[in-house]
Design a protein around this ligand. Sequence first.
Ligand SMILES: [Zn+2]
Length: 816
Amino acid sequence: MKTKLHFLILVLPCIAIAQLKSPSEFLGYELGTQFTRHHQVVDYYEYLAQAEPQRMNLIEYGKTNERRSLLLATISSKSNMDNLEQIRLEHLKGMKGEGAPKKAIVWLSYNVHGNESVSTEASMQTIYDLLTVKSDYLEDIVVLIDPCINPDGRDRYVNWYNQYKNSPFQVDPNSKEHREGWWSGRSNHYMFDLNRDWAWLTQVESQQRLVQFNKWLPHLHVDFHEQGVDNPYYFAPAAEPFHEVVTNFQREFQRTIGKNHAKYFDENGWFYFTKEVFDLLYPSYGDTYPTYNGGVGMTYEQGGSGQAGLGIVTAIGDTLTLKDRILHHHTTGLSTVEVASKNITRLNDEFKNFYADKGYTYKSYILNGNPDKIEALSNLLDKHDIKYNAGINTTVKGYNYKTAKTGSLKSSGNSLVIPSNQPKSTLVKVLFEPIAKLSDSVTYDITAWSLPYAYGLDAIASETTVNGVGVVQDNTDYSAIAPNSYAYLADWNSMKDAKFLAELLREKIRVRFAHKPFTLDGNAYERGTLIITKSDNKNVKDFNVILKKAAVTHKKKITATNTGFVESGKDFGSSYVDVIQNLNIAVLSGNPTSTLRFGEIWNFFEQQLNYPVSILDESYFHKVDLSKYDILILPDGRGYNSFLNKHIKQKIKDWVKAGGKLIAMAGAIDGLSSDKDYAIKEKETKKDSTINLESFEVSEREQIKSAITGAIFKATVDNTNPLAYGYSDTYFTLKLGDRSYNYLENGSAVYLSAGANEPVSGFAGSEAKKKIAETLVYGTQRMGKGQVIYMIDNPLFRGFWENGKLFFANALFMVH
Ligand SMILES: [Zn+2]
């Protein structure tokens, strides 16, 4: 061994000087014979950047939740790299129809889904070839490479695989190395799907990446994926429906690229398909988002994913290896850059065309409402480089989102005005227009996301330009709180208010809240108003300091009062004023639940509300003493029928009856509703008894009749129910399916009333609409000394439906 090492030490420096090391040479194993852990990937990229300082630049643009590096490599010819900033600025001038750019920008993103594990491996071979045998491509192209968008998920997969793999690897699909468990590597640390997050930016990876992305707005963007083992390769052109904003050029260029890939695949006898499954509509993907920002965004899918390992036997008896998978992604990566290198002028001209004024129907979007929600939306717009102004005092007319008809709205200095005529006009249209135009109803994802509904703001889409000026000003001095007052009052309307409350509770401040509206010192206060009294907190050292700090941090206006004697309503000592206890909260994880739906709750507690939560895994749930917890959350999922056996059901019910609060979401409700103690009951619908003798081919179209593919409905709110404190009498809910439950006696906080089963935005099939007519959205039930809260729709879906989050906070803090 020793002699061998000596030999290596002597020889290695000579090789390094002579030529750039390939991934196989650097890693010490042939690429494709092992999965490369993230730190080794980082090492290889750092090695390349050091070896090629004139043609490569590498930055760490951020860190993941688990503190792994997020990398972006920029490579081009030496002369391009010498003028990189100038090239970038010249390119961006195209947004204003100016500049004479001579280079094209190609961005390759790998491994957004962690267990689609081939991509990062392929990225190393691709960057190596671009710096060596294919360096001609770099003469007129700047290539940006993100070797791994989701390092936490990918390492989760790679470490898991290494622990379970046979040696040598076993191609039998039944062997453990091909059966990833519930906690798969697909998503990020918080189980979010990063390929659903480009527009909403709820996750640290997306937030940090988009800063870089907006600096470049590439001509071409490729998102490398994997699908099931038995699928052949998929590449552009994408499938219908396309969003109507996708230009003819963008459609046509996808074809050009696809044809170039096909040439290589045909030569090698590899199978592939195009124009199917992967559509271009939902704006939060790695293909649509770049497309709505002027590029040609594409998804490439290799067959493989977390099931494939280093090698696996496919359904038809062939063996698919990691080496094969690398070869295919490597081929399409290089082919993409090749096509770009032959179309420099075209790409630059079309980038300019994309950003020319498109004359979209709606010229301005005007939004009114709760200042916290206006602020939350403004923060999102900043991240997307979308410009906006404050309104002026006037009346604006146009499409009224609330009524879905023509109407008007009074704008003021507190309104938000978003002009359509701005560089990001297409993105504005996609995110704001009330109804996205579908070229087809069969789609891969949700069909509605319009931001005024998601943020709970009143809005008008105006066909004439509405002027705005400056930005919404906030001159409030949040630290101006009179010390030693009898009590302090804070309103309860938004997620920001919930964060404020969570901070006080963390600091051991006792907080009360009002179950009835009241007036005091001439001011009117609504249900849910927070009441923080001096006497409740007389033992808290630094009470005034803590309160002031929380107010400043959350920009929360606090009103001091010197009496608890209200002018109308209930006094602070009344039983209609409840104390919010410091709560022990638990959430179920594991097989009964969906990883994504569980992750949304986990993320909500740790990254949004900032309140501790215990995670109880199903594997030992039966042994856990539930009396330690005040609240138990059962996330949506499909595995409840087997999980909720007689013993577990009884255990949960006994705990509720003794005073526990159960929050059951979607699939969890399905698992409980057959039990007579739970008041929730499935709505009976007449089954269509006529047999449709449709041909086999139209069956997909038939199925769509019973589907709701993420559509927005106008629900009625009973805001006297604590679950709905802080809301007005209507709420726009994002429905993800046709799950339908009857109203609850006394407990229907949010529901679809008669005639509200027509979506205001998005697609719902005719059968599905019948099914959801007059059904519950959110409700509460008293059971013994405890409470059950039912959430049929998911207010935390992908973390972006801002206006739904207060329902969840109410479930935690207000429902007693
Ligand atoms: Zn994927």
